[in-house]
Design a protein around this ligand. Structure first.
Ligand code: FES
Length: 147
């Protein structure tokens, strides 16, 4: 059902954790299943994403897609990070079962929410970035679990 790459990223997720004093943090919830993800970005003065970490209270597909998404955004500038869509992440994982496609949206939305946070704090505009619909603010989670 899952590709080897999905299983690899699920069993050995990259970049799990948090970044202290992150440049941008985004927390989103998946409307379809109620799962939650938080993404942290460390962005340098040239707008390059130097580090990216995530925590999720989500399923295996959410873990695998987030892990791959963090790998894909690292080293990109904030504009190019928008190219890391859920489709791009799924392609990098050699696909996901159709019923799990919605899980891959968490990572994309969490990256966008973290970029939105970064852009707001620094007064910059990232072309094509829209306000995240499902950003969850600190303290709103009923329960937070670390993967
Ligand atoms: Fe919720 Fe996968 S079932 S993110």
């Amino acid at each position: 059902m899952y590709t080897e790459k999905v299983m690899d990223h699920f069993e050995h997720p990259r970049n799990v954790g948090e970044i202290e004093n992150a440049s941008g943090v985004g927390t989103v919830g998946n409307a379809k299943c109620g799962d939650i993800m938080r993404m942290y970005l460390d962005i340098d003065e040239d707008g390059i994403i130097r580090d990216c970490k995530f925590k999720t209270f989500g399923c295996g597909a959410a873990v695998a897609t987030s892990s791959m998404a963090t790998e894909l955004v690292k080293g990109k500038n904030v504009q190019d990070a928008l190219l890391v869509t859920n489709k791009a992440v799924m392609e990098a994982l050699d696909g996901l079962p159709p019923v799990k496609v919605h899980c891959s949206l968490l990572a994309e939305e969490a990256i966008h929410a973290a970029l939105w946070d970064y852009a707001g704090k620094h007064g910059i505009e990232i072309e094509g970035l829209v306000k995240p619909k499902s950003d969850i603010h600190e303290g709103e989670e009923a329960e937070e679990e670390e993967y």
